[in-house]
Design a binder for this molecule. Structure first.
Ligand SMILES: [Zn+2]
Length: 203
């Protein structure tokens, strides 16, 4: 199998991943050979844009029901208390919010994957993380459509969309329609709800 065939194979294996194509695009650009490499990157960009979740999808999930998760985890409050720190329990199981700019995770942009602190479900790829200036770690896409569930949140006199881990229902934060192009989504997360795992997305 030559270099280009390998790239295509990896690309199609990752269909459905929100980080689809980024590594392959970099690899293709580094290769700097035939013109079709650039065509290939263009095609990936188009497919990627089609696969991205948008605000319309988020509203649909919140109103009509969330995507089915790969698995579900249910524990009693006592079990969660024994597994989590007091701070993690407050944020994830009691819908708390950490202080803005309280975590170094905001300025962390190293490659890797962010997982749910309660159940280790992979939630975000670092390549979708951006500096929002809000003081909370911000992402523009989840790693998979079904990683996160969405619920209308009308607390504190506001209308917001709450995001939770779709596997264990841990409160993560909220999502807003003012993120960067092309999806325009801003997943505003509590750093305490997340943990960085070094592995990269499975190919
Ligand atoms: Zn979880």
């Amino acid at each position: 199998m030559n270099h280009h065939e390998l790239l295509f194979q990896r690309c199609f294996c990752r269909l459905g991943m929100r980080s689809f194509g980024r590594n392959e695009k970099n690899a293709a650009m580094k290769h700097k050979s035939p013109e079709w490499c650039y065509l290939y990157v263009h095609i990936i960009n188009l497919i990627e844009a089609c696969l991205m979740l948008t605000w319309k999808d988020v509203i649909r999930f919140a109103k009509e029901g969330n995507p089915t998760p790969d698995r579900t985890i249910t524990r009693s409050e006592e079990e969660w208390k024994s597994l989590l720190t007091a701070e993690q329990y407050y944020i994830t199981r009691q819908k708390g919010t950490e202080r803005a700019f309280s975590s170094e995770m905001c300025s962390l942009f190293e490659p890797g994957i962010y997982a749910c602190v309660c159940c280790d479900t992979l939630l975000f790829d670092a390549s979708e993380k951006f500096e929002s200036g809000t003081g909370w770690p911000s992402f523009t896409q989840p790693i998979r459509d079904n990683a996160i569930a969405y619920h209308g949140d009308f607390s504190y006199g506001m209308q917001r969309i709450e995001t939770v881990c779709n596997v264990c229902q841990a409160h993560l934060g909220h999502v807003f329609p003012d993120g960067p192009a092309p999806s325009r989504l801003r997943y505003c997360m509590n750093a305490i709800s997340l943990k960085k795992v070094e592995k990269t997305a499975a190919v």
